[in-house]
Design a protein around this ligand. Structure first.
Ligand SMILES: Nc1ncnc2c1ncn2[C@@H]1O[C@H](COP(=O)(O)OP(=O)(O)OP(=O)(O)O)[C@@H](O)[C@H]1O
Ligand SMILES: [Mg+2]
Length: 322
């Protein structure tokens, strides 16, 4: 594992954002800056840390870690469904196929927690699914639930949507939605199995799918964005889950939840107004947690490439033949 010193020395080189004017108009997401170049999409994963839909700070190596995890899972799941990756010319860059993103966040849940738990407690259905009474927080579902939401515009929160409403909408062709749901459930089952081999529970996750057209003019689905990362998924430790669940305690987590807790407990911050300034100590601790989680999830040591990430990216892209 990278030492605390290496992580600390990268604090001054974190990638907060980048402009590559030669590639055209920049599209900024919360975490990725991207460009469309012909039929390709250049996705640059920054070190930005977001929580409560706000960008808080940067975390050393976070972009490289997210890409390493996604690349790992894409490789392992390519027989389940085709994904958008074409090339990884630098640890922070994905060259992907540009697809038409289906504007639905495809959420799959194996356990009752997070926003689903909050809605359940408030007596609401979860994306149109009415759950039986008497379930407990962090309880496992007999079969994973598909709880989609619509993709919100920048600055807005996503809204849950039922599958029935999806089928009646013009968000996606019903035949393609059938393929999306099938792929999402298979990916989740695969991720659950692999996580279990590493002592982890894949609690819930979010997928993004896009569509592309083949030579015969038919539309088909492609897995896009990221998969099974700590930004898009919850992970818990399996060994302590049952005991803690029975005692009514929250499971030990391996995801970004500790960032949200830090904000709530130390700063009483839940996303309203200016986010607090996070200390370098906290940024280093967060990086070390991301690294440890990445290594546990992928089962391989994270090398990390220290250095002036922004200059490297510029150089790689200036010489890239698209
Ligand atoms: N292959 C692709 N083709 C077209 N768009 C893509 C592709 N892969 C990802 N995207 C889009 O690129 C953007 C990636 O940026 P980022 O992950 O920062 O997104 P975001 O939507 O702001 O955040 P979040 O992931 O939390 O919803 C997203 O809008 C995603 O839908
Ligand atoms: Mg995203």
């Amino acid at each position: 594992m990278l030492s605390r010193e290496t992580v600390a020395s990268q604090l001054s080189h974190t990638l907060s954002e980048i402009d590559i004017p030669n590639l055209g108009k920049k599209i900024s997401g919360k975490v990725r800056d991207s460009y469309v170049v012909g039929a390709k999409r250049v996705l640059i994963t920054s070190d930005r840390l977001s929580a409560f839909d706000k960008i808080l700070t940067t975390i050393p190596f976070k972009g490289q870690l997210l890409n390493a995890m996604t690349a790992h899972w894409f490789e392992q799941t390519k027989d389940i469904i085709e994904n958008h990756i074409i090339d990884v010319p630098h640890p922070n860059i994905f060259i992907a196929r540009q697809v038409e993103i289906i504007p639905i966040e495809v959420v799959v849940r194996g356990y009752l927690t997070g926003s689903a738990w909050r809605d359940y407690q408030a007596g609401k259905a979860i994306s149109g699914i009415t759950l039986p009474k008497g379930l407990k927080k962090s309880q496992r579902f007999d079969t994973p639930l598909l709880t989609p939401s619509t993709k919100a515009e920048q600055g807005e929160h996503d809204m849950p949507i039922s599958e029935e409403a999806i089928l009646q909408s013009d968000l996606v062709d019903p035949g393609l939605w059938e393929q999306v749901r099938d792929a999402a459930l298979k990916l989740f089952a695969f991720g659950t199995k692999k996580a279990a081999e590493r002592g982890l529970i894949l609690v819930d996750t979010k997928y993004e799918f896009g569509t592309s057209v083949n030579e015969r003019g038919e539309r088909f689905i492609v897995l896009a964005d990221e998969i099974h990362t700590q930004d898009s998924s919850r992970y818990w430790m399996s060994n302590t889950y049952q005991e803690r669940f029975e005692a009514g305690e929250d499971p030990h987590m391996l995801d970004k939840e500790f960032v949200r807790r830090h904000l709530m407990q130390k700063f009483d911050y839940m996303g309203d107004g200016e986010p607090p300034v996070l200390s370098d100590e906290f940024r280093i601790d967060t990086a070390l947690r991301y690294i440890e989680a990445c290594e546990t999830i992928t089962g391989t040591p994270f090398e990390g490439r220290p250095g002036d990430t922004a200059s490297e990216i510029r150089e790689v892209l200036a010489n890239y033949s698209f």
